[in-house]
Design a binder for this molecule. Structure first.
Ligand SMILES: Cc1cc2nc3c(=O)[nH]c(=O)nc-3n(C[C@H](O)[C@H](O)[C@H](O)COP(=O)(O)OP(=O)(O)OC[C@H]3O[C@@H](n4cnc5c(N)ncnc54)[C@H](O)[C@@H]3O)c2cc1C
Length: 538
């Protein structure tokens, strides 16, 4: 018997399990379907792209995308202790203050920027920044890049040559501008949620971590979650929770687990033969994701990390890392960042760029024929398109039907087309022009908006930031309330990126960890920090 069962050992789940187990009289079970994070490719920053080989990712087969001519782009999620934070590109971004203020205005009371900022700071151990916006001494190492490629610096200069301001801190509350990302690393190693939160807690007798353990069904008795049925070593076992079950199975895993447990839209559950435990129409709705465009270039020489594909360069970089813990092995590759404006009707930057001095690094992106390339990717930070997660079958070991419904809104295509235009212009500036021999994807500088829009529809793919399918709020379609308690079921919370009412303007790992910190505080009754939190009827 446990007090709390946390289902899913990703960014949010590791944070919650660690925080709850700080009280030695609290018994916590953390279940993770993937393996433990033993693989060295997780921890050496530059090898993060290698985590995509093997079984550290769940590869969802998404539905044919109606607004992309029926193609089915890649859609992966972390499947290992640490979840996304163990396989991601380590870019540390929180979104902008207005994201959270919008959540609060729309019914996620108590989640305004001033409410969430203390939790970003609580998590953070920033190497360079301190003060009102940043935290020092928290579990999550946030560092400057130990190695920045000269091509990235050239790209940062090129953006400035186009009239874009330099921004030294994208998390200051003002995103606009170009600069270098801070990264979730400590001492030249990845600082995943598992490394930051679980590793220091592993010795606690009151924390049990079961990897290779997949939650199949939340057990509900008399309207209260009392435990979980899960698969371990080929056997179905049951664990009971005296206080709460906290679902942290990620943007797809969490709605999937609720649906398999009979918590979701009643008609849909019946249609696949799942007995209805609680009719909650919003489960699986409101799925959103950033949508990435890749601009790939051939370089005139070995001016990028691509040269490290050769063994002799790898040996050299490996030696530098072994001796000094610095050099190219410490790069997260997504080094350069830019937030900029893609629509006249939006006062805030709504485009985010990542610059990679290399090609073919990210899921689904191409390398170049000469072997020496670089990549700019750009997504719209606040997409309007919405998709769904539904059950294919009542069998919880089968993948759900995931339809992100990318580009359903024409507005999204237009913003992205503008993103492509600006991205190509940056590469034409003098600081970059001297390194670039030709555009590779697309094959030329696109001249018209119509062609850019076609390029967006034909070549874009999800940016691996799915969110929103267990939306927080106080209206009938909301799945969890602002304390992240599932509406209508006692003793059950959902806490991860699936609760986002709207995607944040940027990468999603830091927000997931913030949600984890906040949830642990809610559970422990420390709700005073959110003075504005008022629930309808309370
Ligand atoms: C390749 C990649 C690159 C990315 N790059 C960045 C980046 O650079 N910066 C950034 O901020 N964000 C990035 N992201 C996104 C970010 O890492 C995720 O959004 C974030 O980690 C999500 O946290 P979470 O807690 O919501 O879910 P996750 O971290 O996905 O955790 C969910 C966990 O639950 C487990 N699980 C699922 N179902 C079950 C079940 N039934 N039983 C038990 N366990 C289950 C999963 O295996 C997983 O470990 C990236 C994501 C990916 C995949």
């Amino acid at each position: 018997m446990y007090d709390y069962i946390v289902v899913g050992g990703g960014s949010a789940g590791c944070t919650i399990a660690s925080r709850l187990s700080e009280s030695s009289d609290t018994r916590v079970l953390l279940l993770e379907q993937g393996s433990s994070d033993w693989n060295p490719y997780i921890h050496m920053p530059v090898t993060y792209y290698k985590t995509s080989k093997g079984d550290m990712l769940t590869r969802y087969k998404i539905e044919p995308q109606v607004h992309q001519g029926g193609i089915t782009p890649e859609f992966v999620q972390g499947r290992v202790l640490g979840g996304g934070s163990s396989v991601n590109a380590m870019v540390y971004i929180r979104g902008c203050p207005e994201d959270y203020d919008t959540w609060a205005r729309e019914g996620a009371y108590g989640w305004a920027y001033r409410d969430v900022l203390p939790y970003f700071r609580k998590a953070e151990d920033n190497e360079r920044f301190s003060g009102e916006t940043h935290g020092v001494g928290g579990p999550l190492g946030v560092s400057d890049q130990r190695h920045t490629h000269y091509l990235t610096k050239a790209w940062v200069r090129a953006a400035q040559e186009l009239g874009i301001n330099f921004n030294a801190d994208f998390n200051s509350g003002s995103q606009a501008g170009v600069g270098l990302y801070q990264v979730t690393m400590r001492n030249g190693l990845r600082c995943s949620a598992a490394a930051a939160y679980i590793r220091p807690a592993r010795k606690r007798k009151n924390l049990t971590v079961h990897t290779k353990s997949k939650g199949l069904k939340i057990l509900v008795e008399n309207g209260r979650a009392v435990g979980i049925e899960y698969l371990r070593d080929g056997k179905v076992v049951t664990a009971r929770a005296e206080r709460e079950v906290v679902v942290c199975s990620g943007a797809i895993g969490s709605p999937h687990l609720l649906l398999c447990s009979g918590i979701g839209p009643a008609d849909h559950l019946r249609s696949v033969g799942v007995p209805v435990v609680h009719d909650l129409p919003g489960v699986g709705q409101n799925l959103q994701d950033h949508f990435d465009m890749f601009l790939i270039y051939e370089l005139s020489g070995a001016h990028s990390y691509d040269k490290y594909k050769k063994l002799r360069w790898q040996a050299w970089a490996g030696l530098q890392y072994a001796l000094f813990r610095n050099g190219p092995v410490t790069s997260n590759i997504c080094e350069g960042g830019l937030f900029w404006y893609g629509a006249d009707d939006d006062k805030l930057p709504n485009l985010q760029y990542h610059f990679l001095p290399g090609a073919g690094v990210e899921e689904g992106s191409d390398s170049v024929p000469s072997g020496n390339g670089c990549t700019t990717n750009v997504y719209q930070t606040r997409p309007r398109s919405r998709g769904t997660v539904k059950l294919r079958s009542a069998d919880p070991t089968r993948f759900p039907i995931v339809d992100p419904n990318y580009l359903a809104e024409e507005y999204d295509v237009e913003v992205l087309a503008e993103g492509v235009r600006i991205g190509q212009e940056i590469l034409q500036q003098k600081s970059m022009a001297k390194f670039v021999s030709r555009p590779y994807r697309p094959m030329e500088v696109i001249k018209t908006k119509a062609e850019r829009m076609r390029f967006v529809r034909e070549t874009g793919q999800g940016a691996l930031h799915p969110s929103g399918a267990c939306r927080m709020g106080t209206d009938p379609m909301a799945v969890v309330d602002p304390y992240l308690r599932v509406h209508g079921i006692d003793g059950l919370r959902v806490a991860d990126t699936s609760i986002l009412p709207r995607l944040v303007s940027g990468n999603t790992n830091a927000p997931a960890i913030m949600i984890g910190e906040r949830t642990a505080d809610f559970i422990r009754g420390n709700q005073v920090a959110s003075t504005e939190l008022r629930l309808a009827g309370e």
